[in-house]
Design a protein around this ligand. Structure first.
Ligand code: SAM
Length: 262
């Protein structure tokens, strides 16, 4: 019989998932490198430009940008992840500004050449909150600056899915339930350790963690970007980093949308 242990979001998600598990996924550095090259291409970036990485997690993509000579500002609500990211920057002697805050608090004006929301880190708020965030990002970009955002689409989500992955510590389960009524995806995380303890992530959704994500159709995201003031919108498939880019292939679990501040 399993012992069940509740873990906080920080212990479970930040440590077990983002730090321990993500970094053990084979080819993840290669994946991040390709993603960064794709972003440079579609956002027309050049080293020296200033980038805001919102919800930067453990700073994996931010480090790639910093190595290439970009001025990176990374922000994440999880202080554990920001501490980890800062240490990794220090290990490599990389320059960058990393700080822990809620992305809703950003208050920049005409400052960035690009803003990134990667890994499906959009949809943590209600519709009004998500739109407000887009407007704040728009304000923080320089004219001509681009927002590159990965979002969860509604089109490929049906009922409940379970994904098991083997980790060094045991078996990690992500259970996802999409609610058509609420238009959000509820995620539950478990880890069955090798000594038969089941670790369960406690729900702390009040702090906008990774357990409730609002999903949008590509058409809804287009309307939202337009309302926030972005133009020249382009969409790409969430896992397709081909250069030259292929514009909007069939809808996927995650899609990318890029908009320009005029
Ligand atoms: C799916 S992870 C993506 C991390 C990183 N962008 C990547 O692709 O590896 C989502 C991140 O969003 C952060 N997050 C959640 N709510 C946030 C908020 N309100 N403000 C800032 N960061 C937030 C979490 O701490 C987590 O690191």
């Amino acid at each position: 019989m399993h012992t069940v242990e509740g873990k906080t979001w920080d212990e479970f998600w930040a440590h077990l998932w983002q730090i321990d598990y993500r970094h053990a996924i084979p080819h993840i550095p290669e994946w991040d490198k390709k993603l960064v090259e794709f972003i440079e291409h579609v956002c027309r970036l050049k080293p020296g430009m200033k980038i805001l990485d919102l919800a930067c997690g453990s700073g994996d993509q931010a480090r790639h940008f910093a190595r290439k000579g970009y001025h990176v500002v990374g922000l994440d609500i999880a202080s554990t992840l920001i501490r980890y990211a800062k240490n990794r920057f220090k290990d490599e002697n990389l320059a960058g500004e990393l700080f822990s805050d809620d992305m809703r608090n950003i208050d920049f004006m005409d400052e960035f050449d690009s803003c990134l929301i990667l890994g499906g880190s959009f949809g943590y708020f209600d519709y009004g909150g998500d739109l407000e965030l887009l407007k704040k990002i728009h304000r923080g970009l320089k004219p001509g600056g681009r927002l590159f955002l990965v979002f969860r689409t509604i089109d490929r989500l049906y009922g409940k899915t379970r994904i098991w992955s083997e980790t060094d510590q045991g078996w990690l389960l992500c259970e996802e339930r999409y609610s058509e009524n609420d238009r959000v995806s509820y995620l539950d995380w478990f880890l069955v350790t090798k000594d038969n303890t089941m670790l369960r992530m406690k729900r702390e959704c009040g702090r906008s963690a990774d357990c409730v994500i609002r999903c949008y159709s590509p058409a809804e995201m287009t309307a939202m970007f337009t309302e926030a003031g972005f133009v020249s919108l382009k969409s790409y498939g969430g896992n397709d980093f081909s250069i030259p880019p292929r514009e909007l292939p069939p809808e996927r679990l995650r899609n990318i949308i890029v908009g320009v501040k005029p």
